[in-house]
Ligand binder design. Structure first.
Ligand SMILES: [Zn+2]
Length: 450
């Protein structure tokens, strides 16, 4: 059977009807009652009538970021809601494991670009809806590219990509030109749970404002993994990131291969014994290296629908927007509520760009880096640090890493002076972070155990 979705619409008769005047308005007739008359729920700025409909159908340009589980749903919903100039970005190719829920793809599409395949499918299925794909990374495109859209909708599984997209749209906003404001609608799911949010860059809270609400990243500093493991996870990370490539230089680690996992478990257990660390188990090994996030098709459908309704309201003003966060909890019955995330004045992206931090002069640089990594409001994994005068510690290139590694053992009182500005860069940070150092003996002395 080719496509259940087509079958469902065929049974209602819609695909047997001749496509009325090139498929429009026939296909989108259901929008007319919403767009042509005011209703008690309509937004106060809503003007019912043809101009609103024409804006939606003829002018509004929407960018969909991600063509995976959420992205397939989003593209389908937008096309059926009257958006006819849709762009989609995705850097991935179709994998056989996607086919159970990413319904725009078929077995013959395995290996092809998701963005291109999804765009072709939508255009075949919804004639007169134009979908322009880009097979690549969001970072390949510049602000001029993003400036062409009226609204951006993200269906991503990567925090890093979300942070980048959010920071780009915040930085693009120029208070002298209202059209530089690009609303961002973001959806995310994890098993039976999901969330949708509307971000009006610089006006409402941005994605980065609430970074510390995310589950902390499990990224451990390489120096800890290599030299001073304290946790069972450190031993497992050591086995998978350092020992595996050393033992099997020709073979990449396959976390779905039970033999590979057994090897990791044995290797991590030996290291844990040597350092007297309890707690390495096979299931922990699996959890650390696989980073499993189950995907449930129906949760994607719920969240994508919520996001697309917000995009529709943004494009037409036909309803009041979500202000600004909706969570959907399906783990324990069904529970959902909305709340307003407030702007965080210390937000690294839309708030102040410098962060004042107390540091203890007797902390080593390594200890300080560990503390920065453990700080959920910063959310970094492998930071590089420098002052205007010198590099303190650089993760790359290798020669610079080696040259700066000895600094890790020095205490901050020797490396820094009061008021120094330390610039922190990290692959996870969408902007570089400037820390104004305040050396004080009263900085918390207990080392944050991770
Ligand atoms: Zn912010």
């Amino acid at each position: 059977m080719d496509n259940e979705w087509v079958c469902i619409t065929a049974s209602t008769g819609s695909s047997q009807r001749p496509v009325a005047s090139e498929d429009w308005p026939g296909r989108w007739d259901h929008l007319r009652p919403v767009l042509h008359r005011p209703g008690p729920m309509a937004h106060e700025g809503f003007t019912p009538g043809t101009p609103t409909e024409q804006f939606l159908m003829e002018q509004c340009k929407v960018l969909v970021v991600g063509a995976g589980g959420l992205g397939c749903e989003i593209l389908k919903n937008l096309a059926l809601s009257g958006f006819r100039d849709i762009h989609v970005i995705d850097m991935d190719t179709v994998d056989v494991s996607n086919l159970n829920r990413q319904f725009l793809f078929r077995a013959t599409d395995v290996g092809k670009s998701k963005a291109e395949t999804a765009a072709e499918f939508i255009m075949r299925r919804v004639p007169r809806c134009k979908v322009t794909p880009y097979f690549g990374k969001i970072q390949d495109k510049d602000m001029a590219y993003y400036a062409q859209f009226n609204v951006v909708i993200c269906g991503l599984d990567s925090v890093e990509a979300r942070r980048w997209m959010n920071a780009t749209l915040v930085q693009m906003f120029d208070s002298d030109s209202p059209e530089s404001l690009k609303p961002l609608v973001d959806g995310g799911t994890e098993g039976f749970r999901g969330q949708a949010r509307v971000i009006l860059p610089t006006i409402s809270s941005c994605y980065e404002c609430s970074m510390e609400m995310l589950t902390p990243q499990t990224v451990y500093p390489v120096c800890t993994i290599a030299n001073t493991p304290r946790l069972p996870e450190h031993c497992i990370e050591w086995a998978s990131t350092l020992e595996w490539p050393r033992a099997f230089p020709e073979q990449s680690l396959d976390t779905d291969n039970p033999e590979h996992l057994q090897w990791l478990f044995r290797t991590a257990s030996e290291r844990a014994r040597r350092f007297n660390i309890p707690g390495v188990t096979f299931s922990l090994t699996q959890g650390v290296v696989k980073n499993i996030i189950p995907a449930i098709a129906s949760t994607n459908a719920v969240i994508a629908a919520a996001c697309c309704n917000e995009v529709f309201k943004l494009a037409t003003s036909s309803g009041t927007l979500l202000d600004n966060y909706m969570m959907y909890m399906g783990n324990d019955g069904v529970y959902t509520h909305t709340f307003e995330y407030e702007k965080n004045p210390n937000c690294l992206v839309c708030g102040q760009m410098q962060l004042a931090l107390d540091v203890h002069p007797m902390w080593t640089l390594e200890e300080w880096i560990d503390r920065l990594i453990a700080d959920p409001s910063i959310s970094i994994g492998k930071p590089s640090l420098r002052t205007p005068a010198r590099s303190l510690y650089m993760q790359a290139p290798r020669a610079l890493e080696e040259a700066t590694r000895p600094n890790l053992a020095y205490v901050l009182g020797e490396l820094l002076q009061e008021g120094d500005v330390v610039t922190v860069t990290d692959a996870a940070l969408p902007v570089s972070l400037e820390i104004v150092v305040h050396l004080t003996e009263s900085a918390a002395t207990a080392h944050n155990k991770q």
